[in-house]
Each structure stands twice: as structure tokens, then as C-alpha cells.
Design a protein around this ligand. Sequence first.
Ligand code: SF4
Ligand code: ZN
Ligand code: ZN
Length: 307
Amino acid sequence: MRCKQCKEKAVLFMPAHRLALCKGHYPSWFRKQVQRAIDRFRMIRPGERVLVAVSGGKDSGALWHALHHLGYETEGLYMHLGIRIEGYSDQSYEAVCRLAEKLGRPLHVVDFQEELGMGIDEVRGATNRPPCSACGLSKRYHMNQAARRLGFSVIATGHNLDDEAVTLLNNVLAWNTEFMVRQAPVLPEDEGFVRKVKPLIFLEEKQTTVYALVEGVPFERDECPFSVGSTNLHLKDVMYRLEAHSPGTKRRFVEGFFQWRAQWLDKALKTKPDLRACAVCGYPTTAEVCAYCRLKAQIQRHLTIVS
Ligand code: SF4
Ligand code: ZN
Ligand code: ZN
């Protein structure tokens, strides 16, 4: 396959776009798609500093690199989850440090061992909670709190089109409408919550991987050990087959959802729950004490009993 622009050997053929590009022309095409999503959904305001949530994986790494090269003033935020299985967290941290150095940008770190009193791989033993549920909850919490503490009004995350399509399929299969209301390219700022944006929303996982490889973005190749065998991986496989059979399926699925969502969003938002400040930490919550503080209290009780 040859590059559409210069006839050199292509690094990637994208059937949904009917486009093949070489390693010289691909990165600028990729960044253009990122910029398009930012403009279309008004994700970032002119001159706004952006906090990029980086996990050490290819998607968030590609995102940080692309935003930096598009001229945005970025800083990185890494959550050290304390997952020791196969040295996952330490290796991810190392990749993120190398990227921060390559870009010459500051990196902020939240250490779960310090914050929670244990790594994510120990949480099940202490609380009986599945690691991914405690992890997701704690990541959302600390992402928001770190952004506020550091004076950022926007956080960018590396969710790609595959993630979005799989999450949507999962939500549709369970008719989880509450989650669907919150699934959007932009989650606007709200009392106590910083705006969250997903600039890779229309880029496929394969496209972010190729970008990371071509641009020499350091990333951890192993997935989180807790993702193995998850429902999401099965759904990813289903989506992959649908896409192979009919290129553009993922995009139509997600794009159609956003259009439909925009039509009934106002109505949905009118029924949004009343938020108040958590009695312990002040984080916005619908309960007396927020879910994160309850998780932390559960862990503390466990640590008191075992000590
Ligand atoms: Fe956290 Fe689960 Fe994702 Fe691993 S797979 S990073 S534990 S949410
Ligand atoms: Zn070319
Ligand atoms: Zn709290």
C-alpha cells in the first residue's frame, strides 16, 4: 500500500477513511484529527493550560505528545496505582517519566499507596470490592482534586474511539442510561468538577498505536493485569469483527449516539442530582460522605484490624 500524498510506502491503511499514509505524512494527519475534535466540541479554550492524564499506555502518551506539538501548554498527571503484579505500575511510571522528559514538560504524580494506604492490587482483600471499581472511582476522584489543586480548568484523557464504542455497547447492553448521560466528548465543569475532555474520541486504537510508534512516544506495552479477561476485552473483539466486516461501524455507532444524546441532553440534565460537599473532604457528592472517602474508611478499618 502506498501513501496517498507522496506514494512512499504507507505505515497505515485506514479503510474507514479510504486512506493510506506514510510515516512522514501520518503524524500531521493524526494531529489534525485531534485538533478537529477539539474545535468541534470546544474542548479547550484559547490560552487554556491543559492537564493530561497519562497512564503510561500508548493512547494517553500519544495524546500528550500530539497536544504538545499542536502548541498547547500541557502538564502531565500520573496516578501511581501501586499495582505490583508483573511490575506494572513501576514500568508504566518509567514510560511516563521518559515521555515527560522527551517533551520537556512537568509531570505530577498521585501515589495511591500514600493516598489510600495500599495499592489497587490489595484493595479486594481489604474491601471485597473489584479492583477496577475501586481504581476507577479513585482515579476520577484524584484527577479532579489534582486539577483543582494545580489550578487547571481542563483535564484531557486518552479515551479513543474503540474505548468509547465498547463503553457505549456495554451501557446499551445493560441499558445503563445513567452512565450514558455521562458519556460524552466533553464533561462540562460543574460545581467542584473540572471540565474533562477526550480529544482522541474519533481516533481508533490502531491509529494511536501507530502515532506513538512513528513519533517514538515511550509507552508500556503490557496492559494492566486486571484488564485480562474483562468484559470490555470481549466487547472489543466483537467491535473489531463488526468493523472489519463494515469499516466505519464504530464511528457511526459513537457519532450517532452523540447526536442523539445532544437532542435529549437538556432534558436529562434537568434531572441531575443535587450535589453537596462531602462532609469529610469537600468533594462534590450526592451523599453525606463521598464514595472515595467511604472506600478509604473501609480500607482504614481493614488496616486497623490487621495491624
Ligand atoms: Fe484500573 Fe482496572 Fe484499568 Fe487496571 S484495568 S487500570 S485496575 S480500571
Ligand atoms: Zn507520504
Ligand atoms: Zn470525600
